[in-house]
Design a protein around this ligand. Structure first.
Ligand code: NI
Length: 181
């Protein structure tokens, strides 16, 4: 198992809509193992494949009940909605209150292609919504609205990882808006 570098805000991979997995092979098993190790090393409670630059519909998670993963997840959510601080390994050091559904279910497959379904509430439901968002090229920042969204944009621009990265500071205003509008 290998810890893979996590892509940070601004990386095009985070905006890709990932593809359905069709080969349940050794490469997929290695990806899931590496992603799990990468998530623990970070540490985080969830990690989507495009966060390590792989454009496949896979995420791993552990909200305290042990490691799990799902391939080709389809998300279903149910109300009520609630607000709680959310963060992301690809947006280091920041967290903002994000509205999510209290309950969520993901159905998909395990790394052998066997059907699986997981349901959860609270943090687990939030994790499912966050990770499926990644696989659709979204970040939790995109879910923010109003003053919180404006505060998040300011925080991103002034964060250490943003201002220290030549790639980021060379993003023009238009590119920034295109990437994160
Ligand atoms: Ni994330």
């Amino acid at each position: 198992m290998t810890v893979r570098p996590i892509r940070i805000f601004g990386d095009p991979g985070l905006r890709m809509v990932t593809e359905t997995v069709t080969s349940f092979d050794r490469e997929l098993a290695a990806l899931v193992a590496d992603m799990t190790e990468t998530m623990y090393a970070a540490p985080g409670v969830g990690l989507a494949a495009n966060q390590v630059g792989v454009g496949l519909r896979v995420f791993v998670y552990d909200v305290g009940d042990g490691p799990s993963h799902i391939v080709n997840p389809v998300l279903e959510t149910s109300e009520p909605l609630y607000d709680e601080d959310e963060g992301c390994l690809s947006v280091p050091g920041l967290s903002f209150p994000t509205v999510r559904s209290e309950h969520a279910t993901v159905t998909g497959a395990d790394l052998h292609g066997e059907p699986v379904a997981f349901s959860g509430s609270g943090l687990l439901a939030r994790c499912f919504q966050h990770e499926v968002g990644h696989l659709q090229g979204r970040l939790y920042l995109d879910e923010l609205q109003g003053p919180t969204a404006r505060e998040a944009k300011r925080a991103v621009r002034t964060s250490e990882w943003f201002t220290a990265s030549p790639a980021m500071t060379q993003l023009t205003e238009d590119q920034f808006r295109t990437w994160y509008s």
